[in-house]
Design a binder for this molecule. Structure first.
Ligand SMILES: Nc1nc2c(c(=O)[nH]1)N[C@H]1C(S)=C(S)[C@@H](COP(=O)(O)OP(=O)(O)OC[C@H]3O[C@@H](n4cnc5c(=O)[nH]c(N)nc54)[C@H](O)[C@@H]3O)O[C@H]1N2
Ligand SMILES: Nc1nc2c(c(=O)[nH]1)N[C@H]1C(S)=C(S)[C@@H](COP(=O)(O)OP(=O)(O)OC[C@H]3O[C@@H](n4cnc5c(=O)[nH]c(N)nc54)[C@H](O)[C@@H]3O)O[C@H]1N2
Ligand code: SF4
Ligand SMILES: [Mo]
Length: 768
């Protein structure tokens, strides 16, 4: 049977796939050996992708909500005409602050991002709320200060490192690094390499590690400070590297020397000797790197954790080398830069109305969204377009999100499926799935070689569903912001000879936008309607100027990757290679020494001294108290073998763990008189759920975990598995970035006083 090339859309790795397609189904799924990064690798989840493509909650037509809450089918013209009119009216009456764009590109559907973002200028709004701002914005903020721009983002070269420290991540399950399971195995089996895992649970990754520091949840800042202090006390930092590449080390050193190492190791509940062993081992390694994820980003001291983790590799000189942490290029700009210290004089950041929250990397945090809708008075958010996201299940405090979304004057949801959030919408617009349209991921965060993968559609869009580029372009037309055709530009695009490599078209586009300045914010849709009609995939048209910009910025590295051309044609040639490359295209090949050119500080140095973070180190001396009413720490959102965000709705995709069990240490289970498989109540300050116990000796005592990605009401059923964000709070978050402490939720676990166990249909309903 013929196979088609695409990529997995279940996590940020977006592994290349070869798929046999038959009768609308994704049948046999294999890794694509020609993919530049995954090279044939895939994990257990990819084999089940047909459950994403084909299921009973897929949307096939635009839907309009009726006063009684039911939905009727409407035409695209009717839906977009009405939405366009209502958006215009809300903007004209209440101004730009009344609109927010929510979501926008999940695990790999980022091509539509250039189109969806056009709604912001259309609405004169700056408000983009994104799930990335409930995990990574603390990290991005720190990058802004250290490296000069919030989109200067370091990756970790785990594949080539001889000393790897994983902090608060479980790559065996969640991936996030190149071909995780193979790479972990290789490190484990190589006596010259060391793998350290810092995690309160003996995870699948920790089981492969040489050293596991099973710290108390939420104490990473203490543990990292104890390690950093050990390094400077013992003069193990790399002074030559610091002198050559950094500023501000003296202030950092003074702060680190003041840390009570023994006391902080105790607070983390890790033996001092183990702390010292890892500090010394990492500092002395030839090629060391650090990888973090949600375990440090969704727990106490989020932003400080990001700073300290980066200090670990920076002061030891593990930066800009093979097997260390490195900055990387980014073809699609997923991360923005809104660092207040980099603003031009007279410019200020757009703060939200109620929380006065600044954007980080151009995004606003989900934790404040309910208040910005419900509590901001006349200046509140009244209209939301929500795409590729299911905030009702994935944003903190589902009850608060539900109340807020319900109160909107206009909610439009663009999704492939009927979701919990969609059920509250005034209009639901059906998107073609990621296998039914041209798509691409912006999560190509690699160095020294980087790549980009434009995927071709495998199937026709289901029913009347449309790709996002078409949806947003039609919406801009319905709002009266763009004409339906651009005859002159269209003709230039069609008639241009291949030899001139789109130069005539780009010149004409530039001239048109200079003349018609009010069209400039909608260049993506104009490219789509004009150049797009000459391409195999119209949606790829905005990649032309992106490729030209990338080639200009990284010309040497782009040429090294095999692309040819003059200063004028290199970008267009890169673009054509991407359009023609079914398995993905290597876009640039850098030398490690060139990494420094990616740094954005004016002096080309890393600015180690970050005042706010040095203050935060001081503030750590005071330890927060834990409410005794909630004796457990719930880690709400573990990655397991069969969860993948909220991407699958049909629970039949899971082979195991159908209930999404609450994991608990045997001693805790014994103390509470609980057995494996017993249904208990898990209660927090915000709500309560009934969940099934799974006894797990890999945990620390006093810690319980629930998985991410459950709680779906498939076909309007009761939630299947725990809808964990009924337990989380919008207030329990990092004061700096407002990223929620999902991994550190105080909870109580109670035995249910039931005579007979409840049957499966009763389970996991909210008691609230
Ligand atoms: N299977 C699967 N893979 C996924 C996803 C999925 O849903 N399912 N989602 C994808 C997405 S969007 C993301 S962001 C990534 C997230 O990937 P990860 O961050 O790796 O996954 P998690 O399991 O959420 O959390 C990582 C670890 O943090 C630990 N942890 C909890 N609290 C603390 C703490 O206080 N300190 C430390 N040091 N560790 C702590 C947990 O025990 C857990 O092992 O996974 C991606 N991959
Ligand atoms: N308590 C707790 N909450 C968490 C987490 C946690 O660990 N604990 N993890 C957080 C993290 S790290 C993340 S990344 C978020 C993820 O949460 P969300 O931002 O909600 O993202 P997904 O779960 O990926 O949402 C996927 C939605 O996109 C839709 N979709 C899929 N493909 C397409 C497409 O091509 N077009 C359109 N328009 N829609 C599509 C799916 O049907 C689904 O409704 O959850 C966060 N929430
Ligand atoms: S879930 Fe992630 S690691 Fe697994 S196949 Fe898909 S993209 Fe690759
Ligand atoms: Mo995520």
């Amino acid at each position: 049977m013929p196979t088609a090339k695409t990529a997995c859309i279940l996590c940020s790795r977006n592994c290349g796939l070869e798929v046999e397609v038959e009768g609308g189904h994704l049948k046999k799924i294999r890794g694509d050996a020609a993919h530049p990064s995954s090279k044939g690798y895939l994990c257990n989840k990819a084999a089940r992708l047909d459950y994403y493509q084909n299921h009973a909650d897929r949307l096939t037509h635009p839907l309009k909500r009726q006063p009684d809450g039911s939905f009727v089918r409407v035409s695209w013209e009717q839906a977009l005409g009405d939405i366009g009119q209502r958006l215009n009216a809300i903007r004209d009456t209440h101004g730009g602050d009344a609109f927010a764009f929510v979501g926008g590109g999940g695990q790999g559907n980022h091509l539509g991002g250039a189109y969806g973002r056009q709604l912001l200028p259309a609405m004169k709004s700056r408000f983009v709320y994104s799930s990335l701002a409930q995990e990574k914005t603390g990290d991005f903020w720190v990058n802004g200060r250290l490296f000069g721009a919030q989109n200067c983002h370091p990756m970790e070269d785990v594949e080539h490192a001889d000393y790897v420290v994983f902090i608060g991540c479980n790559p065996y399950q969640s991936h996030g690094i190149v071909n995780a399971r193979d790479v972990l195995k290789a490190i484990k089996n190589d006596p010259r390499r060391t793998m350290v895992v810092i995690d309160p649970r003996r995870t699948e990754t920790a089981q492969q590690a040489h050293i596991h520091l099973q710290l108390r949840p939420g104490t990473d800042a203490y543990l990292l400070l104890a390690m950093l202090s050990t390094i400077v006390r013992e003069n193990l930092h790399d002074q030559a590297f610091i002198d050559a590449h950094c500023t501000g080390f003296d202030a950092v050193k003074a702060a680190l020397l003041s840390v009570p190492v023994d006391n902080y190791a105790k607070r983390a509940d890790v033996p001092l000797a183990d702390v010292q062993q890892v500090a010394r081992g990492f500092a002395q390694a030839q090629r060391g790197c650090v990888r973090v994820d949600l375990g440090t980003q969704q727990t106490l001291n989020t932003t400080l954790n990001a700073y300290l983790e980066k200090l670990l590799y920076l002061i030891t000189g593990n930066f800009g080398q093979v097997g260390s942490n490195n900055l990387h290029t980014a073809f699609l700009p997923v991360i923005g830069n809104t660092d207040e210290t980099k603003l031009k004089p007279g410019k200020t950041l757009k703060r939200t109305v109620y929380h006065q929250m600044m954007p980080i990397a151009g995004m606003y945090p989900p934790a404040i969204l309910p208040d910005e809708i419900l509590k901001a008075g006349e200046q509140r958010i009244r209209a939301v377009v929500c795409e590729s996201s299911n905030p009702l299940l994935t944003y903190p405090d589902s009850a608060a999100q539900e109340a807020a979304f319900k109160s909107l004057e206009l909610l439009v949801v663009v999704d492939i499926a009927m979701t919990e959030t969609a059920r509250l919408a005034h209009y639901i617009l059906p998107a073609a799935s990621q296998f039914e349209k041209a798509e691409a991921t912006g999560f190509t965060l690699e160095f020294p070689d980087n790549y980009f993968h434009l995927r071709q559609p495998l199937l026709a869009p289901l029913g009347e569903s449309l790709p996002e580029p078409e949806i947003y372009t039609r919406l801009l037309e319905a709002m009266g912001l763009l004409p339906r055709t651009f005859p002159v530009l269209g003709a230039i695009a069609r008639n241009e000879p291949a030899l001139t490599r789109h130069l005539a078209y780009m010149t004409a586009l530039g001239a048109t936008l200079a003349r018609k300045k009010h069209w400039a914010p909608y260049a993506a849709s104009i490219l789509y309607r004009t150049l797009g009609s000459t391409l195999p995939q119209a949606a790829a048209a905005p990649l032309l100027p992106i490729a030209m910009g990338y080639a200009k910025e990284h010309a040497v590295a782009v040429r090294r990757a095999g692309h040819q051309g003059s200063a004028l044609t290199l970008g267009a040639n890169l673009f054509r290679a991407i359009v023609d490359g079914a398995s993905g295209t290597v876009t640039s090949k850098h030398d490690h020494a060139e990494m420094w050119s990616l740094l954005k500080t004016p002096d080309g140095r890393v600015h180690l001294q970050v005042r706010e973070m040095l203050d935060a180190i001081q503030a750590l001396a005071v330890e927060p108290e834990q409410a005794s009413e909630f004796p457990f720490i719930l880690m709400a959102g573990e990655r397991r073998t069969y969860n993948a965000n909220q991407i699958f709705r049909d629970p039949a995709w899971r082979k195991v763990d159908h209930d999404g069990a609450l994991r608990m240490h045997p001693q805790d289970a014994m103390a509470l008189g609980l057995e494996n498989g017993e249904v208990v109540q898990c209660r927090t300050e915000r709500g309560a759920l009934e969940v099934t116990v799974e006894i797990d000796s890999a945990l620390r005592t006093g810690v319980v975990t629930l998985p991410h990605g459950y709680g779906v009401s498939f076909q309007n059923s009761k939630p299947m598995g725990p809808p964990i964000n009924r337990l989380t709070s919008t207030l329990h978050c990092d004061p700096f970035s407002k990223t929620p402490f999902h991994k550190h939720v105080p909870a109580a676990i109670c035995k249910l006083a039931r005579v007979k166990p409840c049957d499966a249909s009763e389970r996991v309903t909210a008691l609230q």
